[in-house]
Design a protein around this ligand. Structure first.
Ligand SMILES: NC(=O)c1ccc[n+]([C@@H]2O[C@H](COP(=O)([O-])OP(=O)(O)OC[C@H]3O[C@@H](n4cnc5c(N)ncnc54)[C@H](OP(=O)(O)O)[C@@H]3O)[C@@H](O)[C@H]2O)c1
Length: 255
């Protein structure tokens, strides 16, 4: 078997970066492969993580980016202990006001790339390996002014839960993580027009990472980190989605 590796996409920032930190400490891999576009930020992980970091700069919405990771896997043939798919972005705005490239980009990164990376990693997963996919609270309900983003996250949640069931017999655990608003660079891009005005909570990415690490050792195929998130999740299960959407529009002062 090859070297023991943890792969984290979206490791250059936010939730992915905090998960990289936590996984490095918890699993002590021979190498942590940090994937995202920004090489400099990936390289800087070498100064803060207690393990050998391999920066893998790749735009996962581009075929060349996906190929770079696939080629590396084929060359190194590692034993992948944990795969985290955290690369993702969202845009909150009325659908028709979002540039087509961004609407399709959300589908490409949040759904297509996550699926491709999971598939290319499969030959290197084994009994005891884990896959962690970062979905969102938005996965549980349609979100007006975040329609495409929420739909991509519903895909992540549904795909991950089905995969958890399929791969149970192989001993590979799959977990979807559904964070609520989290203080990261996500908002630099997602809320440029100030569509989201009210943030009931704002979690720290380190908190999301801590709860994710804990959930990896428990039963269950998805986790909703935080008490307020759990409360909201319960409401989205109990109430009709038409009502949940109406309330969201009212709170965000949207028409
Ligand atoms: N923040 C929230 O409120 C929140 C809530 C629920 C779920 N989430 C989800 O959590 C995940 C992590 O987001 P975050 O909040 O930590 O935001 P973030 O700090 O902006 O992190 C996003 C990560 O994705 C990477 N990325 C973006 N475009 C990419 C591309 N084309 N190819 C490869 N990597 C790319 C970014 O790195 P580069 O720019 O270097 O490529 C970065 O490492 C996302 O899936 C997001 O949808 C966030």
């Amino acid at each position: 078997m090859g070297k023991k590796v943890v792969i984290v996409t979206g490791a250059s920032s936010g939730i992915g970066k905090e998960l990289a930190r936590g996984l490095a400490e918890k699993f002590k891999p021979d190498e942590l492969w940090a994937v995202a576009r920004n090489r400099e930020r990936l390289e800087s992980l070498k100064d803060i993580l207690p393990v050998c970091v391999r920066a893998v700069p790749a735009d996962l919405t581009a075929e060349a980016g996906l190929l770079a990771l696939k080629t590396l896997l084929e060359e190194e043939r590692p034993s992948v202990k944990v795969l985290v798919n955290a690369s993702g972005f969202g845009i909150f705005e009325r659908f028709d006001r979002i540039p087509e490239g961004d609407n399709l980009g959300m589908v490409d990164l949040n759904c297509r790339a996550l699926t491709a990376v999971t598939q290319m990693a499969f030959p290197y997963l084994h009994a005891g390996s884990r896959v962690v996919n970062i979905a969102s609270m938005a996965a549980f309900e349609p979100v007006p002014y975040g329609g495409v983003y929420a739909a991509t996250k519903a895909y992540v949640l549904s795909f991950s839960r089905a995969l958890a069931r399929e791969w149970k017999s192989l001993g590979i655990k799959v977990l979807a993580v559904c964070p609520y608003w989290t203080k990261t660079a996500f908002f630099d891009r997602s809320n440029q027009n100030g569509v989201i005005r009210k943030f009931e909570v704002m979690y720290e990415p380190s908190f999301i990472a801590k709860k994710t690490l804990a959930a990896m050792d428990k039963r269950g195929d998805y986790v909703v980190p935080g008490a307020y998130s759990k409360f909201t999740h319960a409401l989205t299960k109990l109430l009709p989605h038409s009502l949940v959407m109406k309330e969201f529009m009212r709170r965000q002062k949207l028409k």
